[in-house]
Design a protein around this ligand. Sequence first.
Ligand code: PLP
Length: 359
Amino acid sequence: RAYNFNAGPAALPLEVLRQAQEEFVDYKGAGMSIMEMSHRSKAFEGVNDNTERLVRELLGVPDGYSVMLLQGGASTQFAMVPMNLLADGKTAAYVNSGSWAKKAIKEAKLIGETRVVASSEDARFTRMPDLAAVELPDNAAYLHLTSNETIEGTQLASFPNTGAVPLIADMSSDIMSRPLDIPSFGMIYAGAQKNLGPSGVTLVIVRDDLLEASRPGVPTMLRYDTHAKSKSLYNTPPSFAVYMVGLVLEWIRDKGGLEGIDRLNREKTGLIYSAIDGSGGFYRGVAESGSRSLMNVTFRLTSEELEKKFIQESEQAGFVGLKGHRDVGGLRASTYNAVPLESCQALAEFMAEFQRQNG
Ligand code: PLP
């Protein structure tokens, strides 16, 4: 298997792929694959329930929150959040932390009154904005933030207390990577294709009182209450992706849950950040130290030429996906949950060797 550092779709656990392969043609004696099954069948309902139950168990989602598995990616959530939750006369507050936050803000502006209450744009998004003393408008509908900026490689180490104002987080690139206190959020959403499974399904967790506040006039498919009431089976779901997410969540549970995964993730990125910090300036981390992501390690070399050479030689050595996002350049190693420790060890060794030859 390749050393897969892709940013998304990203690596899946080998054990999960093997189990899916085993069940692919004949799911538990049904005589057909999950993909060929009615989504109204008992067997698929079992799969759907299992995935939801594991989300609740691993994240500690209390009663009073709905868990939904939707389509349209996190990008559709950028629009659905304000469509449902930004009532007339209210202001949506946003944290501008980077490329993905900007996309969320752009959609909110299409829907209603939107205000950026904290930004790190002046630091070229090399850190997360300081949210300790963030001030919200009196009529704030919610505060939206991005917990991990996938492109810049920054991550929030902690979350602000927003009191009665619902806190909404795009956790697409760090969901299920560390323990979370769900009751401090009004809503969380995440595309599956980094830490949860294949693309095609989006996890949405919403506090029930917010569902009830849905704006009138929102089309049926774009309303949270539609999907909450029908347990994500209002229309045909992305059934194979929902099944795969269930297998990935079982794998996370068997790794010691979110505490176990968090420990492993710290060990993994620790190897790469150490290679950067110990290089005497040959490698330079992009994110400021307090904002460094445990999911996307972004770094530079001393010239773009050397970066090109690094990418070329890394590909020859079996590494995939180390090129930085086209908007920012440089290098990026995405070390999501399913990336094995051995891949990160191999990368740290490759980095040291590349420095020996080019430093
Ligand atoms: N938000 C973040 C933080 C992301 O990293 C991404 C995708 O990379 C998205 C949103 C968009 O997700 P999707 O492609 O599922 O719409």
